[in-house]
Design a protein around this ligand. Structure first.
Ligand code: GDP
Length: 303
């Protein structure tokens, strides 16, 4: 009798470990990285050995719960925290080509979303929605300003651009926030130049931008959103560390999840730095920016 039981346990364990091996591969393929993969898998292995997980579907559910815990352990602030003062200021930062300008345009096009997220400020807003001003703070790449101007024209939004070729990004942003304050805008969305996180002079410019907007409106910027390209895999983590150290990131936008990228490394970023994901980019169209929902993100990875 004892012998038979032992065989059963061994059978369950070996099935469990095979399932676990497959999930481990799935985690690595989805760019979770070795460190977090080992942490998750070892936890599951212990539960299998303790007889707490008895089937493939129980292991899968436990795996999803582990990832959800890592994504939400430091709180679940996926909404924009825009405070009470007008204008709320959102700065968008990140490396070149990640999708900053596109994300900014998408956010500006989501007046309903911003309106809903403004919380207590919302009751003061006019019925027609949120008044959004864009600031073309990417003074490094001329095409970024042209791109924003075209979008602003299309959507009827207003925009502040650099005057003269040598205008500093910090002065464009401070000018925009001043105008936002004087003209009663609800939100000022600030684009910034793309930069490698290892380029210190450009990182210093970001500090100047942050200080400049804070001088105009106390507490600004309310949000500093770091755009992370979902296809960059494990490079996300050093990028996020550096940007966070320099300017203090309040939220992440994970872009390009419409391709083969799963963006699993963002779990390490959230776990290590305690910064929540606020939006995901799932395409190039205006509607392709969605609020981040941890459960949906996890389901997409393990579907
Ligand atoms: P920036 O340099 O960070 O401002 O990057 P851009 O906003 O100019 O975007 C770089 C490229 O990525 C553009 O071709 C965008 O259309 C594209 N892009 C941005 N977000 C997404 C996304 O979620 N999915 C896909 N497929 N492409 C995106």
């Amino acid at each position: 009798m004892l012998f038979i039981l032992r065989v059963d346990v061994l059978a369950i364990e070996s099935i469990g470990f095979e399932v676990l091996y497959n999930f481990k591969r799935a985690l690595l393929v989805s760019d979770f990285g070795p460190k977090i993969t080992i942490k998750i898998v070892e936890g599951l292995r212990e539960d299998i050995l303790a007889g707490k997980l008895k089937s493939g579907s129980e292991i899968k559910d436990a795996l999803k719960r582990s990832v959800l815990e890592l994504l939400t352990e430091k709180g679940d602030k996926t909404e924009l925290q825009l405070g009470f003062r007008k204008p709320a200021v959102i700065m968008i930062v990140g490396v070149n080509g990640g999708g900053k300008t596109t994300s900014l345009v998408k956010i500006s096009g989501k007046a309903d979303l911003l309106f809903a997220l403004l919380g207590k400020l919302a009751h003061k807003l006019k019925k027609e929605g949120v008044k959004v001003l864009m600031a073309a703070g990417d003074t490094f790449r001329a095409a970024a300003t042209d791109q924003l101007v075209i979008w602003a024209e299309r959507s009827g939004s207003e925009i502040v651009v650099a005057e003269g070729e040598k205008a500093k990004a910090s002065s464009v942003l401070s000018q925009a926030v001043k105008r936002g304050k004087e003209q009663g805008f609800d939100v000022v969305l600030c684009d910034t130049s793309g930069r490698l996180h290892t380029n210190y002079s450009l990182m210093e410019e970001l500090i100047a931008c942050k200080k400049a907007v804070g001088k105009v409106v106390a507490g600004a910027p309310n949000e500093v959103l770091l755009v992370l390209d979902g296809t960059t895999g494990l490079n996300m983590l050093p990028q996020a560390r550096e940007f966070n150290e320099v300017v203090g990131i309040t939220g992440l936008i994970l872009t390009k999840l419409d391709g083969s990228a799963r963006g699993g490394c963002v779990v390490s970023v959230v776990h290590e730095l305690g910064i929540p994901v606020k939006f995901v980019g799932v395409g190039e169209g205006l509607e392709d920016l969605q609020p981040f929902v941890a459960e949906a993100f996890i389901d997409a990875i393990f579907s």
